[in-house]
Design a protein around this ligand. Structure first.
Ligand SMILES: Nc1nc2c(ncn2[C@@H]2O[C@H](COP(=O)(O)OP(=O)(O)OP(=O)(O)O)[C@@H](O)[C@H]2O)c(=O)[nH]1
Ligand SMILES: [Mg+2]
Length: 388
C-alpha cells in the first residue's frame, strides 16, 4: 500500500492506496486543497519511494517554494536524488521543438517513458490542468499513463474541477480511476466549511465518506467544530463532556474556527483517532431553553443524553428530539446510567421516544471513557456518511 499521508484518510481507505492505483484529487474552485497532493508527495519521499513530479505550470524552484510554504519544513526536495521533475521549462522546450499539438503530446509521452525506463519511479505526482488545456482530457491522461508501463507505478493527479460532478463521473466511468477524492466546501451545516470526500474507491466500494477538515499548522486535520450534547436535566450531560475530554488540553482555535460558548454551557475539546472534536453541552434547566436553538445552529451532530432510569424525563427528551429533527442534524441517543438497576432496554426506549430505526441508541454509563468513545465513534460514523 502507498500511504496518502493525510490524517484520517489512510485509515478510511485501509492503510492507504494499493500500489499501481490511479488517484485523483479533484479540487473545487476556491477551496484550499493543494496540501493534499503535497502531503502525499512528502509522505512518499519520507518512506524512501522514488517520485516523478510533472508540474507544467511552474518551475521546479517555484514549486519547491510553494511546497515548503504549504508544508512547513517537512518537504525536503533538495537533498535527495529521489525526485525527478518535468516542469514549465520542459513544457516550453517541448513547445519549441514540436510544432503541432499531436507532436507535442508524443514528445511529452516519450520524455515520461524515457524517465520511467531509465530510473526507478514508484509514484508519479502530476498536475493535470495545463496538459488538459493543451491537449484535451483523454490525451492528457494518455500522456501521464506513459509512465505507468510498470504495473506497480502509482499515479496521483491533482486538477481543478471547473465542471463539477459530470467531470468526476467521467474519471470514474470513462477513465476508471481507482480513487477519486473531491476536496470541496459546503455551506451546511457550517458556512464555508471544507470537506474531503471519497467519491469512489475501486478496492473498497463501501467507503463513501465525507470528512470535514481544517488546515492547521500546515497539516490537514479532520475536524468537527461542534457536537452538541443535550438532554433533560440531570441526565448526565456534564459528566459525558467531562469524561470525553479528560486529559485533552483545549486547542487554541481562532474565533473564526470556533464560536464563543456561553458560560453556563459545558465546553470541551478532544482529539479522538485523527479527529479534533469540540463538544458543547447545554444546561438542563428549562430557564436556559433560549440557549438551545443557537447552540444547535451550525452543529454537525448531537448527542442526546437521557437518563434510562427516569422515564418521567422522556417527554422533555421528545421535545428536544423535535428541535433537533427540525434542523435535520444527525443525532444519536446515549441511554445513560446503564450501570444502575432499573435502566430501560434500548428497544423499550425506542418505543417510548418513538424513534426511527436509523437513529442509534447506545446504552452507556457517562462515567466510563470506553462507553463515551463508543458514542462518539457512532456519531462520527454517522456524520461522515456520504451518498454520492
Ligand atoms: N450511576 C451513574 N450516575 C451518573 C452517570 N452519569 C451521571 N451520573 C450522575 O447523575 C447526576 C447528574 O449528572 P450531570 O452530569 O451533572 O448531569 P447534567 O445533565 O449535566 O445535569 P444538569 O446540567 O443539571 O441538567 C450526577 O449526580 C452524576 O454523578 C452514570 O453514568 N451513572
Ligand atoms: Mg450539567
Amino acid at each position: 500500500m502507498i500511504s496518502t499521508g493525510v490524517a484520517g484518510l489512510d485509515e478510511l481507505l485501509g492503510k492507504g492506496v494499493p500500489r499501481g492505483s490511479r488517484v485523483l484529487y479533484s479540487l473545487e474552485p476556491g477551496v484550499d486543497g493543494q496540501l493534499f497532493m503535497i502531503t502525499s508527495l512528502s509522505c512518499s519521499l519520507k518512506k524512501g519511494l522514488s517520485c516523478l513530479v510533472i508540474h507544467p505550470n511552474a518551475t521546479v524552484g517555484a514549486f519547491r517554494n510553494d511546497a515548503v510554504t504549504r508544508c512547513g519544513a517537512r518537504l525536503d526536495l533538495e537533498k535527495t536524488g529521489q525526485v525527478i521533475f518535468l516542469d514549465a521549462i520542459d513544457r516550453e522546450r517541448i513547445q519549441k521543438s514540436a510544432k503541432t499539438p499531436e507532436a507535442q503530446a508524443r514528445e511529452w509521452q516519450a520524455r515520461i517513458e524515457k524517465i520511467c525506463s531509465e530510473n526507478r519511479v514508484d509514484v508519479i505526482f502530476a498536475y493535470l490542468d495545463l496538459l488538459n488545456e493543451d491537449f484535451g482530457l483523454s490525451t492528457a491522461l494518455q500522456i501521464l499513463e506513459a509512465g505507468k508501463s510498470g504495473e506497480k507505478t502509482t499515479l496521483f493527479i491533482e486538477h481543478l474541477n471547473l465542471e463539477g460532478k459530470k467531470l468526476i463521473d467521467r474519471f470514474i466511468r470513462e477513465f476508471h480511476f481507482d480513487l477519486v477524492m473531491a476536496v470541496r466546501s459546503s455551506d451546511r451545516p457550517v458556512p464555508h466549511f471544507t470537506y474531503f470526500t471519497i467519491v469512489h474507491s475501486s478496492w473498497n466500494a463501501s467507503v463513501s465518506r465525507s470528512v470535514p477538515f481544517i488546515i492547521s499548522e500546515n497539516r490537514i486535520v479532520p475536524y468537527i467544530p461542534k457536537i452538541v450534547v443535550t438532554g433533560p436535566a440531570q441526565s448526565g450531560k456534564s459528566t459525558f463532556v467531562a469524561t470525553a475530554t479528560e486529559g485533552n488540553r483545549p486547542q487554541d482555535r481562532t474565533s473564526q474556527e470556533r464560536e464563543p460558548v456561553p458560560e453556563v454551557m459545558d465546553y470541551g475539546w478532544l482529539r479522538w483517532r485523527d479527529f479534533e472534536i469540540s463538544l458543547h453541552g447545554t444546561p438542563g434547566q428549562g430557564e436556559f431553553d433560549p440557549l438551545i436553538p443557537p447552540a444547535l445552529k451550525h452543529a454537525m451532530g448531537v448527542v442526546l443524553i437521557i437518563d434510562a432510569t427516569k422515564p418521567d424525563t422522556f417527554p422533555r427528551a421528545r421535545q428536544l428530539i423535535g428541535m433537533i429533527s427540525k434542523r435535520k442534524i444527525p443525532f444519536i441517543v446515549a441511554a445513560n446510567k446503564s450501570d444502575l438497576a432499573g435502566s430501560m432496554a434500548a428497544g423499550t426506549i425506542r418505543k417510548e421516544l418513538d424513534l426511527n430505526k436509523v437513529i442509534p441508541i447506545c446504552p452507556v454509563a457517562a462515567t466510563r471513557p470506553d462507553d463515551v468513545h463508543k458514542v462518539l465513534e457512532a456519531l462520527v460514523d454517522y456524520i461522515t456518511q456520504y451518498s454520492p
